[in-house]
Design a protein around this ligand. Structure first.
Ligand code: ADP
Ligand code: MG
Length: 212
């Protein structure tokens, strides 16, 4: 049984308070395996089934890395669909709920692009978006990623299934070479390992088998 507590992780007291206020006390298995290397700044490729708490793995990693005095995009989460991007935004906002002045912005298609560009102009710490709309804002220079510290590819298997490989590659081409790259997937098929080889450096592999 998994009995790792959030209080055993190297988190700031404020972040720990945020997490515990959500009623999260014990880490899920994927969190117990992936959070130590994530908090250590390593690239991680993580696989676990849906509903196992993967969002908090990268959400806590991101919140631990942010410099809130710098209103530039420091973390980017790429998701396959708008619905998932919205869920990720909500979970990150929950994890940061007592943190003042933290800006999380969703950049997805199906919504006018201009207000998104205006929001970017006002300063954002974390962007969560879908590949096509991210591409558009990057090409127009509305979105700049020179200060990016963490890149997350969430539901990478679905992004490949949906034909987003080229768009994702283009988005990544705008990120600094020096970055932490986290890849989350429900499966570890060959194309996912290939994606990892292309965009991660010395990744720690974490996989939670069914039944845990
Ligand atoms: P996944 O991305 O693996 O499909 P999610 O990140 O969406 O899973 O998490 C599933 C649910 O579990 C969410 O409602 C989330 O708030 C909750 N959750 C995440 N971590 C914990 C935890 N350590 N303790 C209790 N609930 C958690
Ligand atoms: Mg998820």
């Amino acid at each position: 049984m998994n009995t790792v507590k959030f209080s055993s992780l190297p988190l700031t007291p404020a972040l720990l308070e945020n997490i515990e206020s959500l009623g999260y006390t014990q880490l899920t298995p994927i969190q117990a395996e992936s959070l130590p290397p994530i908090l250590d700044g390593k690239d991680v490729i993580a696989q676990a089934k849906t509903g196992s708490g993967k969002t908090a793995c990268f959400g806590i990693g991101i919140l631990s890395t942010l410099d809130l005095t710098n209103f530039r995009v420091q973390a980017l989460v790429v998701c396959p669909t708008r619905e998932l991007a919205d869920q990720v935004c909500n979970e990150i906002r929950k994890l940061a709920r007592f943190t003042q002045n933290i800006k999380v912005l969703a950049l997805c298609g199906g919504t006018p692009a201009r207000p998104q560009a205006e929001s970017l102009g006002h300063g954002v710490h974390i962007v969560v978006g879908t590949p096509g709309r991210l591409q558009e804002h990057l090409r127009k220079r509305n979105l700049r990623l020179d200060n990016l510290k963490i890149l997350v590819l969430d539901e990478a298997d679905r992004m490949l299934d949906m034909g987003f490989e080229e768009a994702v590659s283009e988005v990544i081409s705008y990120t600094p070479k020096q970055r932490q790259t986290l890849l989350f997937s429900a499966t570890f098929a060959d194309p996912i390992r290939e994606l990892s080889r292309k965009f991660q450096s010395n990744p720690v592999t974490v996989s939670i088998e069914e039944g845990h």
